[in-house]
Design a protein around this ligand. Structure first.
Ligand SMILES: *Cc1c(COP(=O)(O)O)cnc(C)c1O
Length: 379
């Protein structure tokens, strides 16, 4: 029996024929980018879907992060999580900002708010937390610290599309939040992203920054960048919005199936989602503890032999990459929780088209490996 490889995610796409009228419209308009009609339509429809007043579409999430930091003129040191995709910290380096890594909470994998204050120095200007796996950060605790120390907060919400916490969209928190619509994310426009803005004035500023700083044809008011979303991505985004609820509903079923089928496997923990009111089931991380006969990397390799490609999100920690590991805050003894989780985590495949049979095959393998002899104690 030859099986097609199963990757950690498979991008969701609308029926191709549904896209044709949008493409015909673009060909007819001859407006390809620069606030075209689909861009504006998608921007409005997306804000409505997410329950937000103001957002600005971007070409991708990383440029959106870089621009968000520019928009608030962040300098000096910024406190952030080592347990994220590398773009989170790279956006700081691109602004000449020094990242300061703070450890994570073992339940949510998000920045541990009780450890933030100790990392604040006179140079600290902002906090850049990540809603990891779509689990909302402890936004109230972070806001309180930010208020006390007069710090800005920019949330990396690349995993948090559509997530709602106790007070509606989690993306309303902080000074700005950033989304990614990369192909691997819950909601994709091939490449894409957005900055969630608190008011129209901030959005106007960010709209200018993403278009080189232009106001009108001949006036440039800021050293902006090219962060614009083009019409093809915007048209696709409009179409994707029609299918996103069904996609998330299917993800929820897969999440539930994994949890049920892995519940009794000793040594495997399925971290609970962080109690969001509306979840997006963006990832399905499991932690492989010492009671499990195989180490995480061995599971990763064995699953791969069966054509099942999990991903070690997030390993290595950002703080272990060469451009970060010399920082004092990057030392593993400053980040014991993140360091341990990064050694134990593997994200299992989750996407709307993943079949129930495939979920059973994956959990079946994990149950089989659990029967192997226990690891011999080191030393
Ligand atoms: C995907 C991702 C980004 C980057 O977004 P792109 O759209 O790929 O540039 C940033 N932060 C996190 C946490 C991500 O997962």
């Amino acid at each position: 029996m030859s099986e097609k490889p199963i990757y950690v995610t498979q991008p969701q796409l609308p029926p191709l024929e549904d896209l044709i009228p949008y493409l015909e419209q673009i060909w007819e308009n001859r407006v390809l980018t620069n606030r075209g009609p689909f861009h504006n339509q998608f921007e409005q429809a997306l804000a409505e879907y997410l329950g937000l007043e103001h957002l600005s579409l971007f070409t991708n999430g990383t440029i959106a992060l870089v621009t968000a930091l520019q928009a608030l003129r962040i300098r000096g040191e910024v406190i952030t999580s080592p347990y994220s995709f590398v773009a989170t910290a790279h956006s700081l380096l691109w602004n000449g900002i020094q990242p300061v890594f703070v450890d994570i909470d073992p339940k949510t994998m998000n920045l541990d708010p009780t450890k933030i204050e100790a990392a604040i120095t006179p140079e600290t200007t902002a906090i850049l937390p990540v809603h990891c796996y779509g689990n909302p950060c402890d936004v109230d605790a972070i806001e309180e610290i930010a208020d006390n120390y007069n710090l800005k907060v920019i949330y990396d919400g690349a995993h948090a599309f559509g997530v709602q916490c106790h007070c509606g969209s989690v993306l309303k928190h902080g000074d700005l939040s950033v989304l990614s619509f990369h192909a691997t994310k819950v909601f994709n426009t091939f490449e894409g992203g957005a900055i969630v803005c608190p008011d129209a004035k901030t959005k106007q500023h960010i709209d200018r920054l993403k278009n080189f700083g232009f106001v009108g044809e001949t006036t440039v008011v800021a050293s902006g960048i090219n962060g614009k979303m083009h019409e093809f991505s915007a048209a696709l985004g409009l179409l994707q919005l029609e299918h996103i609820d069904a996609a998330i509903a299917r993800r929820r079923e897969i999440d539930a199936a994994y949890r049920e089928q892995l519940a009794a496997v000793p040594g495997i923990t399925c971290p609970t989602r962080a109690g969001q009111q509306v979840d997006n089931y963006a990832y399905f991380p499991i932690l492989v503890g010492p009671e499990y006969p195989l180490e995480r990397d061995a599971i990763y390799e064995k699953l791969k032999e069966h054509g099942i490609h999990g991903r070690r999100y997030f390993y290595p920690l950002i703080s272990q990459f060469p451009m970060y590991r010399g920082l004092p805050s990057a030392r593993p003894d400053n980040l014991p929780v993140a360091t341990e989780v990064a050694e134990q985590v593997i994200c299992l495949p989750i996407y709307p088209d993943l079949s129930a049979a495939d979920v059973e095959r994956i959990t079946g393998l994990l149950r089989d490996y659990a029967q192997e002899p226990q690891r011999s104690e080191a030393s």
